[in-house]
Design a protein around this ligand. Structure first.
Ligand code: TPP
Length: 854
């Protein structure tokens, strides 16, 4: 922007009591810039800012800058590619992506899919693919790229040209179930590592999860580097997200973490097409301004990429600052209308607003006005923004890229309110699209939605492959090769739990002790990532602060208050604990980054995230679902679990349902152990499954803070512990007349009930159930276990009755099955009162048994 236009723009910003004086100040400043250069000018401004921030003046800078590109023309690097070829390639990607969606919907109207989002993001992706996104190979660890989910067709379209997907595959977009019958591989709707395990790395289908996940992945790379486990220097995390997606709380919640941690390995590209699904993101305002303020306030480097190269000349000629003023008065709802309308309309309604603007448009035809590009559609401008972002140091960068939703879809879709969901185009629209992007296809090919791939020896294809070769290979690509991490024998670290000998402790205490011991194992120890969300003290883990330290990229620049204590709060650059503060969303994103390190970095890590069980599946269940999709391997520890182990805490804290939700996740194995030995066996098995056998499972283990006597665990019980339950003990004389089942904390009430029944002359057998969900998954074992017992069955848990109900189908014929649970809202009272209230105390269990045999 010319200096003069800035002057005009500022003058327009409100009453000026003494314009002559104002002009003198401005002139002085401009003379300073001209004679001493921008660095000196910035220094002087910093000095003045100190004075201006004095309370008497109380000035603070506007966080919003004019609606123009952040990278000025004169700072733009030379475009290093072949512009014409890259534009051709981008057009081909657009076509194949569009054809894929429309074909699927022509064949099966129900399949869905999106055209307009990728149409807006295609150029943003292409510049990344041609110049920035590095693949992992022997020489480079590779970048991590998070793709906007409903732009998946564009990523498939590129993989098709790259030869990684076939035409048949494209023809089976969103048909992964039926595709194999046709000899093709189906393409999942969105990035799903579970469904396309050698392709997608990061599940982003649920808005907001990609953004927060990308931050924690970037931070985890720093953690790996600082702990000297893996050098991640020089690798970046790129994330392309929607402007509507920025409304998700998850998108925003870790912005300050990213800047506090100085994550200059992180670049977000927010595709500001100004629309979301239903309509404008900020019809009455400007989303770019809002995001600029927000990100700048959060400490990010903000790069606005608003206007394409053909605007450069207009800005240069705009001596009056008319353009900047016009943008300042154009809200997004209006900007969307300009996108939807043709050149004539824009001439009349945008450039027609005043004399100065009209003059700017004078030399242009309507067609030229129509083709004026927004920044996010101009490969040169995009490259300049990415280049500046990639080189920026000390802060994460967000690029706010101005685009048009449905770009190039013409009257059929560009800028239309309904464009997000448009999946069909008539022949005329297809031909218009073909013409718009100069696609080398015939009318017939266009109207029959033929996929197009140039000949292997064409300049485009050679260029495409050469660019990817220069960047290390193709992506997205999910890898799984990683070295086995040896797991020590349980006897080496868990003897205290396996042979507890009746010692009193809680399963939480036992877990923390076990973790402390595992951390000392020379091979496994360094791979462990303990994660807490400000609850380490709650769970008695403060000793680990000193033992392994809390990770801090800044080390510890203060003397902790408790420095003399053995449990002193110790932060360190190579600290091992990730203390995420009060953010379960952050902690689970952190856990996911560690739990997928085996794949993302080829270096297996083993995270243990311990938290209040109520703030897990219920609070961040969707993030856990995404972690499951990302094929996480690690442990989630739901502590203070159940509805009655946590006396006094009441409704919001008492968890009666986490096991219900955990059971719905196919690759999650959920356990509710009662005894330290059971817990140790489960952790041992989980570690072997994940680190040695390298299976894509994660474990959810609930822990209690109730102290009671922990028995020895007989070796022969171990298999049952893993499969979901085993015969624990018989009570009373003679043949058992009733069988009692219990899990977790409530097993202790079951045992007391068995004693009460025995005192009444009723013999019973008690099964310790370690996992209702594993039993339900392996119904055969459940039936076999139950068939070995006699009499009616009575089951009790600290969870809602639906949890033990899971195995009803496997109860042997002719046996009654009564379930007791903690349905309803939690209450604040003592443990004993809570158990009586919910009817899961020993008295209630014994009564249920008597009723069952009556
Ligand atoms: C958590 C969640 N809520 C809702 C959706 C459904 N959805 C998919 S795309 C979309 C609109 C996205 O708008 P924006 O982020 O601006 O991206 P654009 O398509 O405009 O590029 C919505 C609401 C979703 N995928 N995830």
């Amino acid at each position: 922007m010319a200096d003069q236009s800035i002057t005009r723009y500022l003058a327009d910003q409100g009453g000026d009591a003494d314009p002559v004086e104002t002009t003198e100040w401005r002139d002085a400043f401009q003379a300073l810039v001209a004679s001493q250069g921008p660095a000196r000018a910035r220094f002087i401004l910093d000095q003045l800012a100190v004075l201006a921030r004095h309370p008497a003046v109380a000035w603070s800078p506007e966080l919003v800058t004019p609606y123009v590109n952040t990278v000025p023309v004169e700072k733009q690097p030379v475009f290093p590619g072949d512009l014409a070829i890259e534009e051709k390639l981008a057009s081909l990607m657009r076509w194949n992506a569009l054809a894929m969606v429309v074909r699927a919907n022509t064949a099966y109207g129900e399949l869905g899919g999106h055209i307009a989002s990728y149409a807006s993001a295609a150029d943003l992706f292409e510049v990344g693919f041609n110049h920035f996104f590095r693949a992992r190979n022997d020489r480079h660890g590779g970048d991590l790229v998070f793709f906007q989910p409903h732009s998946a067709p564009g990523v498939y379209a590129r993989a098709f040209l790259e030869g990684r997907l076939t035409e048949d595959d494209l023809a089976h977009y969103r048909q992964e179930i039926t595709a194999p019958d046709a000899g093709a591989r189906g393409l999942s709707s969105y990035p799903h590592p579970w469904l396309m395990p050698d392709f997608w790395q990061f599940p982003t289908g649920s808005m907001g999860i990609g953004p927060i996940s990308s931050i924690y992945h970037a931070r985890f790379m720093r953690y790996l580097t600082h702990r000297q486990l893996l050098d991640c220097e020089g690798r970046k995390v790129w994330g392309v997200f929607g402007d509507g997606e920025m409304d998700e709380p998850e998108s925003m919640s870790a912005l300050t973490l990213a800047s506090r941690e100085k994550l200059d390995n992180l670049v977000w590209v927010v595709n500001c097409n100004l629309q979301r699904l239903d309509g404008p993101v900020r019809g009455n305002g400007r989303i770019v301004d809002e995001l600029e303020k927000l990100f700048r306030g959060a400490g990010w480097n903000v790069i606005k990429l608003l206007w394409g190269s053909d605007w450069d000349g207009l800005f240069a000629r705009d001596a009056t600052g008319a353009l900047v003023q016009a943008f300042a008065h154009t809200v997004d709802g209006q900007m969307q209308t300009f996108a939807a309308k043709d050149g004539r309309f824009n001439r009349d309604n945008f450039f027609g607003q005043n004399e100065a603007l009209a003059r700017l448009a004078q030399g242009m035809t309507d067609e030229q006005i129509d083709r004026l590009k927004r920044g996010g559609h101009d490969l040169v401008k995009i490259h300049a923004a990415y280049d500046a972002a990639a080189k920026h140091r000390g802060q994460p960068t967000v690029i706010l890229a101005h685009t048009k939703k449905g770009y190039g879809m013409g009257a059929a879709g560009q800028g239309r309110m309904t464009t997000h969901s448009q999946k069909k185009l008539d022949d005329a629209a297809l031909l218009e699209f073909r013409n718009r992007f100069n696609l080398p296809i015939s009318d017939d090919q266009a109207t029959s939605l033929a996929f197009f791939k140039p000949a292997a020896d064409s300049a485009e294809m050679e260029y495409l492959h050469a660019r990817r070769e220069a960047l290390g290979g193709y992506l997205p690509k999910r890898e799984t090769a990683c070295a086995v991490v040896p797991v020590p024998d349980a006897a080496a670290y868990a003897q205290f739990a396996l042979q507890a000998g009746g010692k009193e402790m809680s399963t939480t205490m036992a877990f923390v002790r076990l973790l402390g011991a595992l951390l000392k194992d020379p091979q496994l120890g360094p791979r462990i990532v303990p994660i807490v969300a400000d609850e380490a003290r709650t769970f008695g883990m403060a000793n680990l602060f000193k033992q392994v330290g809390i990770y801090s990229s800044a080390g510890q620049s203060y003397e902790p208050e408790d420095i003399g204590s053995v449990l002193s709060y110790r932060e360190a650059l190579d600290g091992q604990i990730l203390e995420e503060g009060i953010s379960e969303a952050g902690a689970i994103a952190s856990w996911t980054a560690a739990a997928t390190s085996y794949s993302v970095h080829g270096h297996a890590m083993l995270p243990f995230y311990i938290y209040y069980s109520m703030f897990g599946f219920q609070r961040v269940g969707d993030a856990i679902w995404a972690a499951a999709d990302q094929r996480a391997r690690g442990f989630l520890l739901g502590a203070t679990s159940g509805r009655t182990t946590l006396g006094g805490e009441g409704l919001q804290h008492q968890d009666g349902s986490s096991h219900l939700v955990a059971a719905t996740i196919p690759n999650c194995k959920a356990y509710d152990p009662a005894f330290a030995g059971e817990m140790a066996v489960i952790v041992d098995r989980g570690m072997r499954e994940m680190l040695v056998e390298q299976r894509d499972v994660f474990y959810y283990v609930t822990l209690m803070n109730e102290n009671y006597a922990m028995p020895d665990l007989p070796a022969e019980a171990r298999e049952g512990v893993i499969r979901g339950g085993y015969r624990f003990a018989r009570y009373g004389q003679g043949e058992p007349r009733v069988t009692l089942l219990g899990s977790g904390a409530i097993l202790t009430e079951v045992l007391k009930a068995a004693e009460q029944l025995a005192a009444d002359g009723i013999a019973s057998e008690v099964l310790s159930i370690t996992s209702w969900s594993e039993l339900a998954r392996d119904g055969g074992y459940a039936t076999q276990l139950l068939a070995g017992t006699g009499g009616p069955l009575v089951a009790a848990t600290d969870y809602v009755r639906m949890v033990p109900e899971a195995i009803r189908a496997f109860v042997p014929q002719g046996r009654s099955y009564t379930t007791l649970g903690t349905d309803g809202f939690g209450r604040s009272d003592t443990r004993a009162a809570l158990r009586a209230f919910f009817g899961v105390d020993s008295v209630s269990i014994a009564q249920a048994a008597r009723d069952a045999i009556a």
